[in-house]
Design a protein around this ligand. Structure first.
Ligand SMILES: Cc1ncc(COP(=O)(O)O)c(C=O)c1O
Length: 487
């Protein structure tokens, strides 16, 4: 394997450091994944035209930093343990993009227990049942080699209508657009509703991936504060008048990152307010089926009498994100515009997976899976609540989610918490930096903790570690230049 390294022989940096630096870059950006075997010293030296000592020194530097592991007789391998240094700057000063990238990367890093990712537990995925749905399509494969309608496989849209009925949504297959996850539906809706430079109202805090999407499309997120029942409507009304936003993005049910669920009264008031102002609403209902206590209120889509709501959901949280299958439902004529954008983007999705999911849904596989998985996720939610209660120092508060995968930790004012998440990562536990969920990132005063993909024992140990680190930071004076919130 060639590493495609390049040396600058006129540079002041010693050759071995140049080699080590470039290999670190390749490990850091994923081109050399954990477990990759690096060329032997002799080959690296020959390839790069350097002495063996230089190549050896490069590997020694990588080894001392924990980037690679060497075993006599076997060779040198990219370390399977996380290199906490790779995440240093981003954890304290995350952008939505760096946060998304790191959350995904951390999931694949051996040696890290990640409570940073709002993902389901891959070990619970009903692999055999889903595989059965796929293999049963074998004889029909010749009918699935071509493009399909941009709206998605008809069989899947029919199955989705049944699926949506469980949320009280009465839809016709023609009204449904199959998307590549909620992200796709949200991005299409944003492009159909707004132009670069426009303002978009979001909740504060809000889903980090959509913040990145808005910014990537040249849109400006403006945030409206949330209370326990949902968005603060007075603030929302003020922002509508001041900023003239194109739409309001909300995750009313088991929100990410807070886990909060908007009350029925607030849903109704919100819709009335949006109707008065002619403001469109983009509703992300991705967590609604993960309810641990009682059934959540109906989605905004069901309460919408004014044709204001674009609705998006997917199977990323109930089944697996790797499926990349979701759905969107929009009022006409917006639905046609969204469909046209989708057709322009990639013509259509992949028929094989869409047909497999249709079969899986129709056979009741999804319902059976939820019946098995929900008690497990509920136990994890209870474990994290108990661990927070037991371990966190006074002044730290958190939300109690009645569903979904997230709880939102607020750290006490008057302290500096930079370095907190880095210190946790160095001890093998990852948490998501709260600042990345804010349209206008401030100081490190929040942490999002996810409990879906870890066992109760790992959750307990992770929370105890985080609590000990928070205590430590609260006892030390803030460092020079460290932001210390006063209120
Ligand atoms: C609120 C919310 N919306 C959308 C997504 C992404 O969903 P999908 O994988 O369906 O694109 C996530 C993932 O974390 C999320 O939390």
């Amino acid at each position: 394997m060639s590493l495609n390294l390049q040396l600058d022989r006129g540079a002041k940096t010693p050759l071995y450091q140049q080699l080590a630096g470039q290999i670190k870059e390749r490990i850091g950006d994923g081109r050399l994944p954990p477990g990759t075997r690096l060329p032997p010293v002799r080959r690296l030296a020959e390839e790069m035209g350097v002495t063996r000592l230089t190549a050896q020194n490069a590997y020694a530097e990588l080894q001392s930093g924990g980037w690679v592991e060497a075993t006599v007789g076997r060779g040198t391998f990219v370390s399977r343990h996380v290199q906490a240094d790779r995440f240093r700057s981003q954890l304290d000063h995350p952008t939505p993009e760096s946060a998304i990238r790191d959350i995904i990367r951390l999931e694949g890093s051996a040696g890290v227990h990640t409570l940073a990712s709002a993902s389901p537990d891959a070990r619970l995925f009903p692999a055999d049942e889903f595989w059965g749905a796929l293999t049963s399509l074998r004889s029909e494969l010749p009918n699935m080699v071509s493009y399909i309608p941009s709206q998605g496989e008809p069989a899947l849209r029919v199955a989705l209508c049944d699926h949506l009925r469980e949320r009280g949504i009465d839809a016709h297959p023609d009204q449904i657009l199959v998307t590549s996850g909620v992200s796709h539906g949200l991005a299409l809706a944003a492009r159909a509703l707004a132009r670069p430079g426009d303002a978009v109202l979001v909740e504060e805090p809000t889903y980090v991936g959509f913040l990145h999407s808005l910014k990537a499309h040249g849109l400006t997120p403006i945030s409206a504060p949330l209370d326990d029942e949902g968005p603060d409507l007075e603030a929302l009304e003020r922002l509508i008048a001041q900023q003239r936003p194109r739409f309001f993005y909300t995750v009313p049910t088991f929100q990410n990152p807070t886990g909060r669920c908007m009350s029925l009264a607030r849903r109704e008031e919100l819709l009335a307010l949006c109707k008065r102002h002619g403001l469109m609403v983009v509703e992300d209902d991705i967590y609604a089926q993960l309810a641990y206590d009682e059934a959540p209120p109906p989605p905004l889509k069901v309460l919408d009498e004014g044709g204001l709501v674009v609705y998006a959901g997917s199977f990323s949280k109930t089944l697996m994100p790797g499926l990349r299958l979701g759905y969107a439902l929009a009022p006409s004529p917006l639905a046609e515009r969204i469909l046209s954008l989708r057709r322009a983007d990639d013509l259509c999705g992949a028929p094989i997976l869409q047909r497999a999911l249709a079969g899986f849904l129709q056979d009741g596989g999804h319902k059976r899976h939820l019946r098995r998985a929900l008690p497990i996720y509920r136990e994890r939610r209870d474990a994290i609540m108990a661990a927070l209660q037991r371990s966190m120092p006074p002044g730290v508060t958190w939300t109690r989610p009645a569903g979904g995968f997230c709880t939102w930790l607020t750290l006490p004012a008057g302290h500096g918490f930079s370095g907190l998440l880095q210190a946790a990562l160095e001890q093998g536990y990852a948490f998501a930096p709260g600042a990345s969920f804010l349209a206008e990132p401030g100081p490190q005063q929040h942490v999002r903790i996810c409990f879906g993909n870890q066992t109760p024992q790992t959750i307990r140990t992770g929370i105890e570690l985080l609590a000990a680190l928070i205590r430590e930071q609260m006892e030390r004076p803030p460092g020079p230049g460290e932001w210390t919130p006063l209120v």
